[in-house]
Design a protein around this ligand. Structure first.
Ligand SMILES: [Zn+2]
Ligand SMILES: [Zn+2]
Length: 165
């Protein structure tokens, strides 16, 4: 979404309310494990501080992620504060910086970057989730399997029986 900043770029101290409520297409290719199935909501302001546009506000988005142990879908929500400086585009500006030119900014990539930086690394559906059996794939929250017993070395089994008696 383009935000027209022409009303504030010439005046130090001028500000503008920013509302964003739509999907960000680039989020779809971020990570196959995370699905963004809701619109991104952002409300904040843009303030001209000596030619630097300071974006500040609150971002909310819902997403679905798989439990890292049992791959069940987990509905999750992210809420975070966004604070970014947007510089007037010129040769001197670092490539990494957000810039504005022709009196507008593109806010999507700024919000997208903030979301990606705050994605949880690993999520579990429950701290006590037992996950899937690495051998047969049985969901150990729902049932048991016989894999563990097969793993026991027959010689060890003899010893174990010996000590039991
Ligand atoms: Zn789980
Ligand atoms: Zn198993």
């Amino acid at each position: 979404m383009k935000i027209d900043v022409s009303s504030i770029v010439k005046t130090n101290g001028a500000s503008l309310a920013v509302k964003f409520n739509q999907e960000i297409a680039e989020l779809k290719d971020v990570d196959s494990e995370v699905v963004f199935d809701e619109v991104v909501n952002f409300e904040g302001t843009l303030l001209n501080s000596s030619g630097v546009l300071k974006l500040a506000g609150n971002l909310k988005v819902g997403f679905t992620v798989k439990c890292s142990r049992c791959i069940k879908d987990i509905q999750n929500k992210m809420e975070l504060k966004v604070k970014e400086d947007i510089l007037e585009d010129s040769e001197k500006v670092d490539n990494e910086a957000y810039t504005y030119n022709n009196n507008y900014i593109l806010i999507d990539s700024i919000l997208k970057d903030n979301i990606i930086l705050n994605l949880p690394v690993k999520q579990v559906c429950d701290e006590s989730c037992k996950g899937l059996c690495p051998k047969c794939g049985t969901n150990l929250n729902e049932g048991t399997c016989d894999c563990k017993e097969e793993n026991i070395n027959p010689q060890m089994e003899v010893l174990r029986k010996f000590f039991e008696n």
